[in-house]
Design a protein around this ligand. Structure first.
Ligand code: CTP
Length: 367
């Protein structure tokens, strides 16, 4: 059997980027031979094994045929006769279809190195269309490597458009799509992900609500520049949409709870945050109560940061941020103990606490 390093590890080494995990490809072996050597199979019908010592993934060379619509519709054909070239040709991009043997010799039948040097994301063959998730993967790689000057090849964009127009993207599961979206949002140029999806017709299929929301791309870019969290980036992307649209996108991709929550809160409260300096103390208090800043200070902080990202490009600063932080600190500082000591409890205590907080916010405003 022959063992090769493949995919991202080869690509990122050639790019001089840190390699996180290594995928190995095994040519000329059977499932039985792998097991005899102590490799543990990952799943019942997927020819992938875990190395007994290193824990790294070893996949048997395989060809892939499509048997049905969407994910789960794959059949894998793995056998000792499948060659390195046959395995590599069914991969997504030429830059991901290079292999390296144990001596460090590069195998590059589809000219990935040339595309790497020319900064081009190009599909290897028509087999690209076998997995519609690759449309999102290409957009994600475009976002990741944008600082290096990469672009998507025209023919690849055309193929991505065909996939989008075929309706195949609708068959992707929320989990697979979200994983790509999440990874793309955390890249340094996440807006490129959305731009590429837009340019091939995939945005229309996946997030039609965003088709006319180009301001949010600037905000998202700012969020990435300021190393904001995933939830902040997601909320920046959805900012400006109506509440119903935000909820629809959240659910479509089953975004994690903290992402969903922040996006919804932005939809409901961002405009008032922008007006923070003019808000009456009672309105300010309503906001703080709604955000439950007493128990969830971090969520309010992420909300403020999302609003700040939306104001940044104008570079006027965002005094609302400090003002809102100060208001939250003021309301949180109100001590419940004297009220309890005076014998208050239950609803009456809640009302009294609210009244004290309102007083404190009035003083804060007039300071
Ligand atoms: N691959 C593919 N089509 C997919 C997923 C993966 O062709 N839908 C192939 C590519 O050759 C890829 C390799 O499998 O390089 C490993 O996939 P994965 O670990 O998901 O990605 P990496 O290329 O390692 O990239 P990343 O740095 O994003 O992990």
């Amino acid at each position: 059997m022959q063992i090769y390093k493949v995919g991202g590890a080869v690509r990122d080494r050639l790019l001089g980027r840190p390699v996180s995990d290594i995928d190995w490809l095994v040519v000329g072996a059977t499932v039985e031979q792998m097991q005899a050597q102590g490799f543990r199979p990952v799943g019942a019908d997927f020819p992938v094994f875990i190395h007994p010592k290193t824990g790294e993934e070893y996949a048997l060379a395989r060809t892939e045929r499509k048997s049905g619509r969407g994910y789960g519709g794959f059949t894998f054909h793995a056998s000792p006769e499948v060659t390195l070239e046959e395995d590599l040709i069914r991969r997504d991009l030429t830059i991901n279809a290079m292999a390296e043997d144990e001596q460090g010799t590069l195998y590059d039948p589809y000219h990935g190195k040339q595309d790497l040097d020319a900064r081009i994301l190009r599909h290897v063959s028509p087999a690209f269309a076998e997995d519609p998730l690759r449309v999102l993967r290409v957009a994600r790689f475009a976002a990741r490597y944008a600082p290096l000057g990469f672009r998507v090849a025209d023919d690849t964009l055309k193929l991505m458009r065909q996939i989008a127009e075929s309706g195949e993207l609708q068959a992707l599961t929320a989990e697979r799509s979200w994983k790509e979206i999440e990874r793309a949002l955390l890249e340094s140029e996440p807006q490129v992900f959305i731009q590429v999806l837009h340019s091939c017709g995939a945005l229309q299929e996946l997030m039609p609500e965003l088709m006319h929301n180009s301001d949010s791309l600037i905000t998202l870019h700012q969020a990435a520049q300021h190393q904001q969290s995933l939830a902040v980036r997601w909320a920046c992307l959805l900012r400006g949409l109506a509440s119903a649209a935000i909820k629809a996108i959240n659910q479509r991709f089953k975004a994690p709870r903290e992402c969903q929550e922040l996006a919804v809160l932005i939809g409901e409260w961002a405009d008032r945050a922008d007006q923070a300096l003019e808000l009456a103390p009672a309105e300010l208090l309503e906001m703080l109560q709604k955000f439950d800043v007493y128990r969830r200070p971090q969520r309010f902080e992420e909300f403020i940061e999302t609003c700040r990202m939306g104001a940044l490009p104008e570079d006027q600063g965002y005094p609302q941020a400090e003002y809102l932080r100060g208001a939250a600190t003021t309301a949180r500082a109100v001590d419940v103990k004297p009220l309890m000591d005076s014998g208050l409890s239950g609803q009456a205590l809640g009302e009294a606490l609210k009244a004290e907080r309102l007083k404190a916010l009035m003083a804060y405003r007039n300071r």
